[in-house]
Every structure is written in structure tokens, then in C-alpha cells.
Write a protein that binds this ligand. Structure first.
Ligand code: ATP
Length: 247
């Protein structure tokens, strides 16, 4: 297990050339682990994920300092597409599926960075249907008619079609009932254990995220204010008070 599989050192991000939103974020994601990034709305979780996946430009954001390494290679100057080809992909907040495409067609769009044969694509689909049986049942349904939970599963499945070694999930629980979030996190753990996919999960729902993750970071105002094993964070009085709602 390499502790510096994904490594952020003193990452700073500005929007519109002036507003400093990340003020020096350093974090490590070990290979084969699940790490969660916790923080309130606006703390900088989405910005951190977009900095990693090189998706800031569309938001008029940019790295203004620091470095990001993935598998020992500096990646903060790689384009998002090249990053996907090199094994790292982000599932954006808000489970963006193409509403007019079926679930299966949505999944297939996730393979566009691979030059895969139809038989390989079918094998990829079958693997995703194995982990997400609900998607198999709904494979012919337009994604726009699927439930929120199914759309989130579809968004994760679509990312998996690129054959990633690492997946960034932005707020997978958003707008979903706790029961379906638990189901999704159980599948994430399964993918982590059996397919060795490394995950970084930005979450406001600290309770569910810490049950799923091995390690966590807490971000406030663009800075990491705490980190530790999931258990350490669950036991911490600050985390309990501010993020778990337990006094
Ligand atoms: P959320 O739960 O809303 O996703 P977050 O922790 O992910 O919250 P970010 O979305 O990273 O937080 O936002 C961090 C800060 O950057 C916030 O103050 C936000 O207003 C600001 N911000 C985000 N996107 C932009 C942008 N495109 N231009 C200017 N400021 C932005």
C-alpha cells in the first residue's frame, strides 16, 4: 500500500484570478483505500476534487500554487481527458446522466476514452450490472425516468466504464434517502475490496461517509483542519459536535 498514491501538496486555487478559495491543501490518499473529505457547504470540497481532476478551467478557476501527484507522476498540468486515460476519474456532484439516453447507453458513454471492442464493452457492462443489479433491471429505461439513487449509481457506473484505478465522488449522498446512500456506500466498499479501486469521497453527510471510509480529512474555509482514521474522527469531540450533530 503506497501512502502517497494521490498526493496534494499545499494546493491553492483561485477563481476569477483573484478569489483564493483553497489556501494550501495537503492530503494523501493511500492506494486501495477509501478516504473521505468532510466539510460544510462552501468549505472547498468540490474545488479540491476539481483541482485534482483538472476541471477548474470551466469554472474560471486555476491552481495558483502547490502540486498534485498521482501514482508518482505530476498531474496538475494534465488535461481532464488525459487524466481519465491514466486511471483517475471524477463523478461530478448532482449525478449527471444524459436524461434522454437509456441507463445502458449512459454507461457506454463512459467508455469513450477506451478503444474497446464490443465484447470488452459488454464485459464492462456485465461487471457494472454485477455490482449494481438495479441498473441491470433498468438498463433500457431513459435515465431521466430513473430514481435519484439509480441516477447516482448510473453516474458511478459510467465512470467505472473507463476502467479507473481511482474514482473521486462528489457528494454521492446529495438529495438521497439515507437507506439508498447506505446501499451505494456498500457497493463502493465492495468495489474497493474486490476490484481494488481507490476512492476519494467528498461528503457533507459525515456519519455515512465515516462508516464507509478508512481515513478522513476535514476541510474548513479552504484549509485542512483535521485528519485521521475514520474511527479517530468519529471519536473526536469537534467532529461529533460540528459534523455528526452529536454533542
Ligand atoms: P458544496 O457542498 O457546495 O459543493 P464545497 O465544500 O464543495 O461546497 P466549493 O464548491 O468548493 O465548496 O466552494 C468553495 C468556495 O468557493 C465557496 O465559497 C464558493 O462560493 C466558492 N466558489 C465555488 N465555485 C466558484 C466559482 N466558479 N467562482 C467563484 N467562487 C466559487
Amino acid at each position: 500500500t503506497r501512502v502517497d498514491y494521490l498526493k496534494l501538496d499545499n494546493v491553492q486555487v483561485v477563481y476569477n484570478g483573484m478569489i483564493l478559495v483553497l489556501r494550501g491543501v495537503s492530503m494523501r490518499v493511500p492506494c486501495g483505500k477509501i478516504v473521505t473529505l468532510l466539510g460544510a457547504n462552501g468549505a472547498g470540497k468540490t474545488t479540491t476534487l476539481k483541482a485534482i481532476s483538472n476541471l477548474l478551467a470551466a469554472e474560471r478557476g486555476a491552481l495558483s500554487g502547490g502540486s498534485i501527484h498521482f501514482e508518482g507522476r505530476r498531474v496538475d498540468d494534465l488535461g481532464p481527458e488525459a487524466l481519465v486515460r491514466s486511471g483517475l476519474i471524477q463523478v461530478m456532484e448532482g449525478r449527471r446522466c444524459f436524461p434522454h439516453l437509456t441507463i445502458e447507453e449512459n454507461l457506454l458513454t463512459g467508455a469513450h476514452t477506451r478503444s474497446a471492442r464490443r465484447s470488452e464493452l459488454n464485459a464492462g457492462l456485465e461487471k457494472i450490472f454485477h455490482y449494481f443489479p438495479r441498473l441491470k433491471v433498468k438498463r433500457r429505461l431513459s435515465a431521466g425516468y430513473a430514481s435519484g439513487g439509480e441516477q447516482q449509481m448510473c453516474a458511478i457506473g459510467r465512470a467505472l466504464m473507463s476502467n479507473p484505478r481511482m474514482v473521486l465522488l462528489d457528494e454521492p449522498s446529495m438529495g438521497l434517502a439515507p437507506q439508498i446512500v447506505q446501499e451505494i456506500f456498500a457497493i463502493v466498499r465492495d468495489l474497493n475490496q474486490r476490484e481494488r479501486v481507490t476512492f476519494l469521497i467528498a461528503e457533507q453527510n459525515a456519519t455515512l461517509a465515516l462508516d464507509c471510509a478508512d481515513f478522513g480529512y476535514v476541510i474548513e474555509n479552504g484549509r485542512v483542519v483535521m485528519d485521521g482514521t475514520a474511527q479517530t474522527l468519529k471519536d473526536s469531540s469537534e467532529v461529533r459536535e460540528f459534523y455528526l450533530g452529536i454533542g
